[in-house]
Design a protein around this ligand. Structure first.
Ligand code: SF4
Ligand code: F3S
Ligand code: FES
Length: 248
């Protein structure tokens, strides 16, 4: 069963652009990326879109569908009604390269700013041991496909370009949390999260968790525990005393 669907697709670059109307055939079982490909094949051969796996695993096809950050390849056409106009726009938080393709290099810059895993220096081979529950805790975070939908939706940078310098965003605060929860890591991740990666900007709106296609509980399992560790360090008198002694 097929029908003609109405689409508005954003065309342009960072300087100028706008929504263009298209009528495209929609077939049973298709996803929004199928429609974009049909549009390229039949009406707009120069339409730019980034994609790779068409299986929700590479994180390339991130865009906004009816204003919501989504993966184009994982959004089924069956979630829309046949008479609905579907609007596809590029991620709003990042500069547009062309059409639906954005420049997500902000995210790679933030990734580079996080010091890598730092195990104790004198551990030998075979001494890297951790408990199963610690493995499981970080495994949830390792499901991330780096689609940056969480980064796109977080209001701290979505509406405030000026915050980008000081805020790593949920995906990378989650990376800091993952390292902090690693029993062998020796870096002071709690201080780094607060002072260098902007944890304090997050006011727990949970929008990042809502859009994550891997259903990672970014806010509950990474951001809130990090905030609790920051608060413990600041207000717990024993932790405070330990820090004072340790610094001497
Ligand atoms: Fe995408 Fe989820 Fe990873 Fe964010 S945490 S980049 S939404 S997979
Ligand atoms: Fe942003 Fe997620 Fe915090 S959307 S404000 S990082 S809970
Ligand atoms: Fe790989 Fe969509 S094309 S996640």
């Amino acid at each position: 069963m097929s029908y003609k669907g109405n689409f508005k697709i954003w065309r342009g670059d960072d300087e100028s652009g706008g929504l263009e109307d298209f009528i495209v055939e929609v077939n049973e079982g298709e996803v929004v990326l199928d429609i974009i490909h049909r549009l390229q094949a039949t009406q707009a051969p120069d339409l730019a879109v980034r994609w790779n796996c068409k299986a929700g695993k590479c994180g390339s096809c991130s865009a906004e569908i009816n204003g919501k950050p989504r993966l184009l390849c994982m959004t089924r056409m069956s979630v829309f009604t046949e008479d609905e106009t579907i609007t596809v726009t590029p991620l709003r938080t990042f500069p547009v390269v062309r059409d639906l393709v954005t420049d997500v290099s902000y995210n790679y810059q933030k990734a580079r700013e996080i010091p890598s895993f730092a195990p104790p220096k004198n551990l030998g081979l075979g001494e890297y041991r951790m408990k199963q529950q610690d493995v499981e805790r970080s495994q949830e975070f390792r499901k991330c496909i780096e689609c940056f939908l969480c980064q796109d939706t977080c209001h701290v940078i979505r509406d405030h370009e000026e915050n980008k310098e000081n805020f790593a965003g949920p995906r990378f605060l989650m990376r800091v949390a993952e390292l902090e929860m690693h029993p062998l890591d020796t870096e002071d991740r709690v201080r780094e999260a607060q002072d260098e990666h902007g944890l304090g900007y997050c006011n727990i709106t949970k929008c990042c968790t809502e859009v994550c296609p891997e259903h990672i509980k970014i806010t509950d399992n990474a951001l809130i525990p990090m905030k609790e560790r920051v608060a413990d360090r600041k207000y717990d008198p024993i932790v405070w005393l330990g820090n004072q002694l340790f610094r001497r």
